[in-house]
Design a binder for this molecule. Structure first.
Ligand code: HEM
Length: 154
Protein backbone atom coordinates (compact mmCIF):
# COMPACT_ATOMS: atom_id res chain seq x y z
CA UNK A 1 0.00 0.00 0.00
CA UNK A 2 2.92 2.31 0.82
CA UNK A 3 4.48 1.77 -2.59
CA UNK A 4 1.10 2.18 -4.28
CA UNK A 5 0.63 5.65 -2.75
CA UNK A 6 4.18 6.67 -3.67
CA UNK A 7 3.67 5.51 -7.26
CA UNK A 8 0.28 7.15 -7.55
CA UNK A 9 1.37 10.53 -6.11
CA UNK A 10 4.94 10.90 -7.40
CA UNK A 11 5.30 13.78 -9.88
CA UNK A 12 3.71 17.13 -10.58
CA UNK A 13 0.00 17.90 -10.27
CA UNK A 14 -1.90 20.99 -11.39
CA UNK A 15 -5.48 22.07 -10.95
CA UNK A 16 -7.99 24.44 -9.46
CA UNK A 17 -9.76 24.92 -6.20
CA UNK A 18 -12.17 27.19 -4.41
CA UNK A 19 -12.02 28.59 -0.92
CA UNK A 20 -14.45 29.99 1.58
CA UNK A 21 -14.77 30.82 5.27
CA UNK A 22 -17.28 33.02 7.14
CA UNK A 23 -14.59 35.67 7.68
CA UNK A 24 -13.31 35.90 4.08
CA UNK A 25 -14.72 36.46 0.58
CA UNK A 26 -15.10 33.30 -1.51
CA UNK A 27 -12.12 32.84 -3.83
CA UNK A 28 -10.85 30.59 -6.62
CA UNK A 29 -7.25 29.51 -7.05
CA UNK A 30 -4.91 27.51 -9.24
CA UNK A 31 -2.47 25.09 -7.61
CA UNK A 32 0.70 23.26 -8.48
CA UNK A 33 1.94 20.52 -6.15
CA UNK A 34 4.88 18.20 -6.67
CA UNK A 35 5.37 14.97 -4.72
CA UNK A 36 8.68 13.13 -4.51
CA UNK A 37 9.95 9.98 -2.84
CA UNK A 38 13.32 8.30 -2.58
CA UNK A 39 12.28 4.80 -1.56
CA UNK A 40 11.97 5.62 2.15
CA UNK A 41 8.55 5.45 3.86
CA UNK A 42 7.65 9.07 3.29
CA UNK A 43 6.56 11.33 0.46
CA UNK A 44 7.77 14.93 0.33
CA UNK A 45 5.65 17.62 -1.25
CA UNK A 46 5.76 21.26 -2.16
CA UNK A 47 2.68 23.29 -3.08
CA UNK A 48 2.06 26.79 -4.38
CA UNK A 49 -1.18 28.54 -5.30
CA UNK A 50 -2.25 31.66 -7.18
CA UNK A 51 -5.45 33.64 -7.34
CA UNK A 52 -7.41 32.44 -10.36
CA UNK A 53 -8.65 35.95 -10.95
CA UNK A 54 -5.47 38.05 -10.62
CA UNK A 55 -2.76 35.35 -10.71
CA UNK A 56 -1.27 36.88 -7.56
CA UNK A 57 0.53 34.31 -5.39
CA UNK A 58 -1.61 33.05 -2.49
CA UNK A 59 -0.82 30.19 -0.14
CA UNK A 60 2.33 28.04 -0.18
CA UNK A 61 3.21 25.00 1.92
CA UNK A 62 5.57 22.06 1.97
CA UNK A 63 5.88 18.93 4.03
CA UNK A 64 6.01 15.18 4.32
CA UNK A 65 3.46 12.38 4.37
CA UNK A 66 4.86 9.66 6.66
CA UNK A 67 3.78 6.09 5.87
CA UNK A 68 3.42 3.83 8.90
CA UNK A 69 2.31 0.20 9.36
CA UNK A 70 -1.31 -0.89 8.88
CA UNK A 71 -2.44 2.13 6.88
CA UNK A 72 -1.52 4.63 9.57
CA UNK A 73 -0.18 7.89 8.22
CA UNK A 74 1.16 11.17 9.57
CA UNK A 75 1.54 14.50 7.86
CA UNK A 76 3.92 17.32 8.80
CA UNK A 77 3.33 20.62 6.97
CA UNK A 78 5.06 24.01 7.18
CA UNK A 79 3.26 27.04 5.76
CA UNK A 80 4.82 30.23 4.42
CA UNK A 81 2.38 32.20 6.61
CA UNK A 82 3.98 31.01 9.85
CA UNK A 83 1.93 27.93 10.79
CA UNK A 84 3.19 24.38 11.26
CA UNK A 85 0.78 21.43 11.38
CA UNK A 86 1.10 17.80 12.48
CA UNK A 87 -1.66 15.39 11.47
CA UNK A 88 -2.39 11.76 12.22
CA UNK A 89 -4.68 9.63 10.13
CA UNK A 90 -5.45 6.57 8.09
CA UNK A 91 -5.17 5.54 4.48
CA UNK A 92 -7.94 3.34 3.06
CA UNK A 93 -7.22 1.27 -0.01
CA UNK A 94 -10.11 0.88 -2.46
CA UNK A 95 -10.09 -0.86 -5.82
CA UNK A 96 -9.33 2.15 -7.99
CA UNK A 97 -8.29 4.82 -5.50
CA UNK A 98 -6.89 5.59 -2.07
CA UNK A 99 -8.49 7.77 0.59
CA UNK A 100 -6.39 9.62 3.17
CA UNK A 101 -8.21 10.96 6.23
CA UNK A 102 -6.14 13.20 8.47
CA UNK A 103 -6.91 15.23 11.58
CA UNK A 104 -4.59 17.70 13.25
CA UNK A 105 -2.72 16.56 16.35
CA UNK A 106 -1.03 19.97 16.68
CA UNK A 107 -1.28 23.33 14.92
CA UNK A 108 1.35 25.86 16.02
CA UNK A 109 1.47 29.51 14.96
CA UNK A 110 4.50 31.78 15.02
CA UNK A 111 3.98 34.93 17.15
CA UNK A 112 2.95 36.99 14.11
CA UNK A 113 0.74 34.36 12.43
CA UNK A 114 -3.04 33.79 12.63
CA UNK A 115 -4.30 31.31 15.21
CA UNK A 116 -5.83 28.07 13.89
CA UNK A 117 -7.39 25.68 16.40
CA UNK A 118 -7.92 22.50 14.37
CA UNK A 119 -7.46 21.28 10.82
CA UNK A 120 -8.58 18.29 8.78
CA UNK A 121 -7.70 17.00 5.31
CA UNK A 122 -9.61 14.47 3.22
CA UNK A 123 -7.65 13.40 0.15
CA UNK A 124 -8.72 11.03 -2.64
CA UNK A 125 -6.01 9.77 -4.97
CA UNK A 126 -6.92 8.17 -8.31
CA UNK A 127 -4.29 7.24 -10.92
CA UNK A 128 -4.48 10.67 -12.60
CA UNK A 129 -6.80 12.64 -10.34
CA UNK A 130 -6.32 14.05 -6.86
CA UNK A 131 -9.17 15.62 -4.92
CA UNK A 132 -9.01 17.19 -1.49
CA UNK A 133 -11.06 19.05 1.07
CA UNK A 134 -9.54 21.08 3.89
CA UNK A 135 -11.45 22.10 7.02
CA UNK A 136 -10.36 24.28 9.92
CA UNK A 137 -11.53 26.01 13.07
CA UNK A 138 -10.25 29.43 14.11
CA UNK A 139 -11.13 31.24 17.36
CA UNK A 140 -14.89 31.94 17.37
CA UNK A 141 -15.62 29.82 14.28
CA UNK A 142 -16.38 26.09 14.40
CA UNK A 143 -14.51 23.50 12.33
CA UNK A 144 -15.71 23.94 8.73
CA UNK A 145 -14.72 23.86 5.07
CA UNK A 146 -12.00 26.29 3.87
CA UNK A 147 -10.87 24.64 0.61
CA UNK A 148 -11.80 22.06 -1.98
CA UNK A 149 -9.75 21.33 -5.09
CA UNK A 150 -9.19 18.93 -7.93
CA UNK A 151 -5.75 18.37 -9.47
CA UNK A 152 -4.64 16.37 -12.50
CA UNK A 153 -1.25 14.92 -13.27
CA UNK A 154 0.67 17.61 -15.21
C1 HEM B 1 -4.65 26.07 -1.17
C2 HEM B 1 -4.26 26.59 0.01
C3 HEM B 1 -4.87 27.86 0.56
C4 HEM B 1 -5.29 28.98 -0.08
C5 HEM B 1 -5.27 29.25 -1.57
C6 HEM B 1 -5.77 29.89 0.93
C7 HEM B 1 -6.28 31.14 0.67
C8 HEM B 1 -6.78 32.00 1.61
C9 HEM B 1 -7.31 33.31 1.33
C10 HEM B 1 -7.38 33.95 -0.07
C11 HEM B 1 -7.71 33.85 2.50
C12 HEM B 1 -8.36 35.21 2.71
C13 HEM B 1 -7.43 36.34 2.64
C14 HEM B 1 -6.27 36.20 3.57
O1 HEM B 1 -6.50 36.24 4.80
O2 HEM B 1 -5.16 36.01 3.07
C15 HEM B 1 -7.41 32.88 3.53
C16 HEM B 1 -7.61 33.09 4.87
C17 HEM B 1 -7.17 32.22 5.84
N1 HEM B 1 -6.62 30.99 5.67
FE1 HEM B 1 -6.26 30.09 3.91
N2 HEM B 1 -5.65 29.31 2.16
C18 HEM B 1 -5.08 28.09 1.98
C19 HEM B 1 -4.77 27.17 2.96
C20 HEM B 1 -4.88 27.40 4.30
C21 HEM B 1 -4.44 26.50 5.32
C22 HEM B 1 -3.81 25.13 5.06
C23 HEM B 1 -4.70 27.09 6.52
C24 HEM B 1 -4.43 26.62 7.92
C25 HEM B 1 -3.50 25.74 8.26
C26 HEM B 1 -5.31 28.38 6.23
C27 HEM B 1 -5.70 29.30 7.17
C28 HEM B 1 -6.29 30.49 6.89
C29 HEM B 1 -6.67 31.44 7.92
C30 HEM B 1 -6.48 31.27 9.42
C31 HEM B 1 -7.23 32.52 7.26
C32 HEM B 1 -7.78 33.80 7.89
C33 HEM B 1 -9.13 33.62 8.47
C34 HEM B 1 -9.45 34.85 9.30
O3 HEM B 1 -8.67 35.17 10.18
O4 HEM B 1 -10.48 35.47 9.05
N3 HEM B 1 -5.41 28.51 4.87
N4 HEM B 1 -6.87 31.77 2.97
Amino acid sequence: MTVRLQDMLGGVWKGEGRGSYPTVQDFKYTEMTSFNHVGKPWIGFSQSTKSKESEAPLHSESGFIRLLPEGNIELAVAHAFGIVEIYTGLMEELEDHLILKLNSAAVVSSPSAKVVESTERLIEVYPDLLRYRFLMAIPGYPHQLHLEAELKRA
